[in-house]
Design a protein. Sequence first.
Length: 267
Amino acid sequence: MTSEITFIGCGNMAQAMISGLSASKNRYQINIIENDQKIIDKVKDHLPIRVIKSIDYTQSDIIILAVKPKDIKEVCKKLKVKDSIVISIAAGIQLKTIEKFMNGYKKLVRVMPNLCAFEGKSINAIYFNDAIDEKSKKSIDIIFKSIGSNIFFDEEIMIDRATAISGSGPAYVFYFMQALIEAALKLGLPKEESRKLVFGTLEGSCAVAKKNIDNLNQLIKNVSSKGGTTEAAITSFAKNNFKNIIENGIKDAANRASEINDENSAS
Protein backbone atom coordinates (compact mmCIF):
# COMPACT_ATOMS: atom_id res chain seq x y z
CA MET A 1 0.00 0.00 0.00
CA THR A 2 1.32 3.44 -0.96
CA SER A 3 1.37 6.08 1.77
CA GLU A 4 0.83 9.70 0.79
CA ILE A 5 3.14 12.34 2.27
CA THR A 6 2.75 16.06 1.67
CA PHE A 7 5.55 18.50 2.40
CA ILE A 8 4.50 22.06 3.08
CA GLY A 9 7.65 23.94 2.19
CA CYS A 10 10.43 22.37 0.18
CA GLY A 11 13.70 23.81 1.44
CA ASN A 12 16.94 21.92 2.02
CA MET A 13 15.64 19.56 4.72
CA ALA A 14 12.47 18.67 2.82
CA GLN A 15 14.51 18.00 -0.32
CA ALA A 16 16.86 15.74 1.64
CA MET A 17 13.90 13.83 3.04
CA ILE A 18 12.24 13.49 -0.36
CA SER A 19 15.50 12.17 -1.81
CA GLY A 20 15.74 9.59 0.98
CA LEU A 21 12.11 8.56 0.68
CA SER A 22 12.42 8.20 -3.09
CA ALA A 23 15.35 5.80 -2.65
CA SER A 24 13.52 3.78 0.01
CA LYS A 25 12.17 0.32 -0.69
CA ASN A 26 8.83 1.55 0.69
CA ARG A 27 6.39 3.19 -1.70
CA TYR A 28 5.30 6.78 -1.13
CA GLN A 29 3.25 9.29 -3.08
CA ILE A 30 5.11 12.52 -2.35
CA ASN A 31 3.46 15.90 -2.76
CA ILE A 32 4.87 19.36 -2.18
CA ILE A 33 3.32 22.74 -1.57
CA GLU A 34 5.86 25.46 -2.26
CA ASN A 35 5.50 29.14 -3.20
CA ASP A 36 8.92 29.52 -4.82
CA GLN A 37 8.72 28.46 -8.48
CA LYS A 38 12.50 28.17 -8.73
CA ILE A 39 12.50 25.56 -5.97
CA ILE A 40 9.62 23.70 -7.62
CA ASP A 41 11.48 23.60 -10.94
CA LYS A 42 14.66 22.41 -9.24
CA VAL A 43 12.93 19.63 -7.30
CA LYS A 44 10.84 18.43 -10.23
CA ASP A 45 13.99 18.01 -12.31
CA HIS A 46 15.43 15.26 -10.12
CA LEU A 47 12.80 14.03 -7.65
CA PRO A 48 9.50 12.19 -8.27
CA ILE A 49 6.99 14.58 -6.73
CA ARG A 50 3.56 16.01 -7.41
CA VAL A 51 3.02 19.72 -6.93
CA ILE A 52 -0.12 20.85 -5.10
CA LYS A 53 -1.12 24.44 -5.72
CA SER A 54 -3.16 25.17 -2.61
CA ILE A 55 -2.82 24.29 1.05
CA ASP A 56 -6.57 24.53 1.64
CA TYR A 57 -8.17 21.18 2.47
CA THR A 58 -4.94 19.28 1.87
CA GLN A 59 -5.40 15.66 2.93
CA SER A 60 -2.59 13.09 3.16
CA ASP A 61 -1.63 10.24 5.45
CA ILE A 62 1.18 12.45 6.70
CA ILE A 63 1.74 16.19 6.37
CA ILE A 64 5.23 17.51 7.12
CA LEU A 65 5.54 21.15 8.11
CA ALA A 66 8.88 22.09 6.58
CA VAL A 67 8.50 25.86 6.68
CA LYS A 68 10.40 28.42 8.73
CA PRO A 69 9.17 28.98 12.30
CA LYS A 70 7.84 32.43 11.38
CA ASP A 71 5.52 30.85 8.80
CA ILE A 72 4.06 28.13 11.04
CA LYS A 73 1.09 30.20 12.20
CA GLU A 74 -0.08 31.11 8.69
CA VAL A 75 0.32 27.55 7.44
CA CYS A 76 -1.41 25.88 10.37
CA LYS A 77 -4.39 28.22 10.28
CA LYS A 78 -4.97 27.28 6.64
CA LEU A 79 -4.77 23.53 7.22
CA LYS A 80 -8.12 21.74 7.43
CA VAL A 81 -6.99 18.17 7.98
CA LYS A 82 -9.33 15.39 9.06
CA ASP A 83 -7.19 12.42 10.05
CA SER A 84 -3.67 13.23 8.85
CA ILE A 85 -0.62 12.99 11.08
CA VAL A 86 1.03 16.40 11.11
CA ILE A 87 4.79 16.39 11.67
CA SER A 88 6.68 19.60 12.37
CA ILE A 89 10.40 19.89 11.66
CA ALA A 90 10.43 23.62 12.47
CA ALA A 91 13.04 24.49 15.11
CA GLY A 92 11.68 25.65 18.43
CA ILE A 93 7.96 25.49 17.69
CA GLN A 94 6.16 23.48 20.37
CA LEU A 95 3.26 21.15 19.62
CA LYS A 96 0.93 23.11 21.90
CA THR A 97 1.54 26.12 19.65
CA ILE A 98 0.70 24.11 16.52
CA GLU A 99 -2.34 22.60 18.23
CA LYS A 100 -3.60 26.09 19.08
CA PHE A 101 -3.16 27.33 15.51
CA MET A 102 -4.95 24.20 14.22
CA ASN A 103 -7.96 24.69 16.48
CA GLY A 104 -7.12 21.86 18.85
CA TYR A 105 -6.04 19.25 16.30
CA LYS A 106 -4.24 16.47 18.22
CA LYS A 107 -2.40 14.10 15.87
CA LEU A 108 0.94 15.88 16.04
CA VAL A 109 4.60 14.87 16.00
CA ARG A 110 7.75 16.92 16.39
CA VAL A 111 11.03 15.92 14.74
CA MET A 112 14.43 17.59 14.59
CA PRO A 113 16.59 16.16 11.78
CA ASN A 114 19.82 17.74 10.57
CA LEU A 115 21.67 18.66 7.39
CA CYS A 116 23.41 15.27 7.25
CA ALA A 117 20.13 13.96 5.84
CA PHE A 118 21.57 14.75 2.40
CA GLU A 119 24.01 11.88 2.94
CA GLY A 120 21.52 9.61 4.72
CA LYS A 121 23.34 10.33 8.00
CA SER A 122 20.88 12.53 9.87
CA ILE A 123 20.30 11.77 13.54
CA ASN A 124 16.62 12.54 14.12
CA ALA A 125 15.15 13.49 17.51
CA ILE A 126 11.46 12.49 17.62
CA TYR A 127 8.61 13.23 20.04
CA PHE A 128 5.07 11.84 19.66
CA ASN A 129 2.10 13.29 21.49
CA ASP A 130 -0.46 11.00 23.08
CA ALA A 131 -2.71 10.93 20.00
CA ILE A 132 -0.23 8.93 17.91
CA ASP A 133 -0.88 5.17 17.96
CA GLU A 134 1.78 2.46 17.79
CA LYS A 135 1.16 1.65 14.12
CA SER A 136 1.66 5.30 13.20
CA LYS A 137 4.80 5.50 15.31
CA LYS A 138 6.30 2.60 13.38
CA SER A 139 5.44 4.26 10.06
CA ILE A 140 7.09 7.51 11.15
CA ASP A 141 10.13 5.60 12.36
CA ILE A 142 10.49 4.05 8.90
CA ILE A 143 10.05 7.40 7.14
CA PHE A 144 12.80 9.11 9.10
CA LYS A 145 15.12 6.10 8.88
CA SER A 146 15.20 6.86 5.16
CA ILE A 147 17.47 9.84 5.98
CA GLY A 148 19.44 8.43 8.92
CA SER A 149 18.71 7.07 12.39
CA ASN A 150 16.18 7.96 15.08
CA ILE A 151 16.17 8.73 18.79
CA PHE A 152 12.82 8.92 20.59
CA PHE A 153 12.03 11.14 23.57
CA ASP A 154 9.13 10.99 26.04
CA GLU A 155 9.35 14.69 26.88
CA GLU A 156 9.01 17.42 24.28
CA ILE A 157 11.54 19.69 26.02
CA MET A 158 14.18 17.17 24.94
CA ILE A 159 13.62 18.18 21.31
CA ASP A 160 14.76 21.73 22.06
CA ARG A 161 17.81 20.34 23.83
CA ALA A 162 18.54 17.93 20.99
CA THR A 163 18.16 20.81 18.54
CA ALA A 164 21.05 22.56 20.29
CA ILE A 165 23.22 19.44 19.93
CA SER A 166 22.32 17.58 16.75
CA GLY A 167 20.05 19.98 14.88
CA SER A 168 22.64 22.77 14.95
CA GLY A 169 25.55 20.37 15.44
CA PRO A 170 26.73 20.05 11.82
CA ALA A 171 27.42 23.79 11.77
CA TYR A 172 29.61 23.45 14.88
CA VAL A 173 31.62 20.71 13.19
CA PHE A 174 32.00 22.77 10.01
CA TYR A 175 33.04 25.77 12.13
CA PHE A 176 35.72 23.69 13.86
CA MET A 177 36.89 22.28 10.54
CA GLN A 178 37.20 25.79 9.13
CA ALA A 179 39.17 26.90 12.20
CA LEU A 180 41.58 23.96 11.78
CA ILE A 181 42.05 24.71 8.09
CA GLU A 182 42.73 28.38 8.80
CA ALA A 183 45.22 27.44 11.50
CA ALA A 184 46.96 25.07 9.07
CA LEU A 185 47.23 27.83 6.48
CA LYS A 186 48.77 30.19 9.06
CA LEU A 187 51.37 27.52 9.81
CA GLY A 188 52.30 27.60 6.13
CA LEU A 189 50.63 24.42 4.87
CA PRO A 190 49.18 24.61 1.32
CA LYS A 191 45.38 25.05 1.04
CA GLU A 192 44.54 21.74 -0.65
CA GLU A 193 46.76 19.72 1.67
CA SER A 194 45.32 21.56 4.68
CA ARG A 195 41.80 20.59 3.67
CA LYS A 196 42.78 16.96 3.12
CA LEU A 197 44.59 16.76 6.45
CA VAL A 198 41.67 18.25 8.39
CA PHE A 199 38.95 16.21 6.70
CA GLY A 200 40.93 12.98 6.92
CA THR A 201 41.70 13.56 10.59
CA LEU A 202 38.06 14.23 11.50
CA GLU A 203 36.77 11.32 9.42
CA GLY A 204 39.24 8.88 10.96
CA SER A 205 38.74 10.22 14.47
CA CYS A 206 34.96 9.77 14.21
CA ALA A 207 35.45 6.16 13.13
CA VAL A 208 37.69 5.50 16.15
CA ALA A 209 35.40 7.38 18.54
CA LYS A 210 32.35 5.42 17.38
CA LYS A 211 33.97 2.23 18.70
CA ASN A 212 35.18 3.88 21.91
CA ILE A 213 32.48 6.45 22.74
CA ASP A 214 32.67 5.69 26.49
CA ASN A 215 36.44 6.23 26.57
CA LEU A 216 37.02 9.56 24.87
CA ASN A 217 39.32 10.79 27.66
CA GLN A 218 41.44 7.69 27.20
CA LEU A 219 41.61 8.31 23.46
CA ILE A 220 42.89 11.82 24.18
CA LYS A 221 45.54 10.37 26.49
CA ASN A 222 46.49 7.81 23.85
CA VAL A 223 47.40 10.63 21.45
CA SER A 224 48.95 12.91 24.09
CA SER A 225 52.52 11.99 24.95
CA LYS A 226 53.85 13.71 28.07
CA GLY A 227 55.66 16.87 27.03
CA GLY A 228 54.64 16.38 23.42
CA THR A 229 52.84 18.43 20.76
CA THR A 230 49.31 17.20 21.49
CA GLU A 231 49.65 17.89 25.20
CA ALA A 232 50.76 21.44 24.38
CA ALA A 233 47.61 22.05 22.32
CA ILE A 234 45.23 20.43 24.84
CA THR A 235 46.79 22.48 27.65
CA SER A 236 46.25 25.65 25.60
CA PHE A 237 42.62 24.69 24.95
CA ALA A 238 42.07 24.16 28.67
CA LYS A 239 43.70 27.48 29.62
CA ASN A 240 41.42 29.27 27.16
CA ASN A 241 38.27 27.55 28.53
CA PHE A 242 37.50 25.79 25.26
CA LYS A 243 34.95 23.48 26.93
CA ASN A 244 33.19 26.44 28.55
CA ILE A 245 32.98 28.21 25.21
CA ILE A 246 31.28 25.16 23.71
CA GLU A 247 28.94 24.73 26.71
CA ASN A 248 27.86 28.38 26.57
CA GLY A 249 27.18 28.17 22.85
CA ILE A 250 25.02 25.06 23.34
CA LYS A 251 23.07 26.78 26.15
CA ASP A 252 22.46 29.79 23.92
CA ALA A 253 21.18 27.52 21.14
CA ALA A 254 18.80 25.70 23.52
CA ASN A 255 17.53 28.97 24.97
CA ARG A 256 17.00 30.33 21.49
CA ALA A 257 14.75 27.37 20.68
CA SER A 258 12.44 28.40 23.54
CA GLU A 259 12.54 32.03 22.43
CA ILE A 260 11.54 31.05 18.89
CA ASN A 261 8.39 29.41 20.20
CA ASP A 262 7.54 32.42 22.35
CA GLU A 263 8.05 34.79 19.41
CA ASN A 264 5.75 32.76 17.15
CA SER A 265 3.04 31.50 19.50
CA ALA A 266 0.74 34.53 19.64
CA SER A 267 -2.72 33.85 18.19
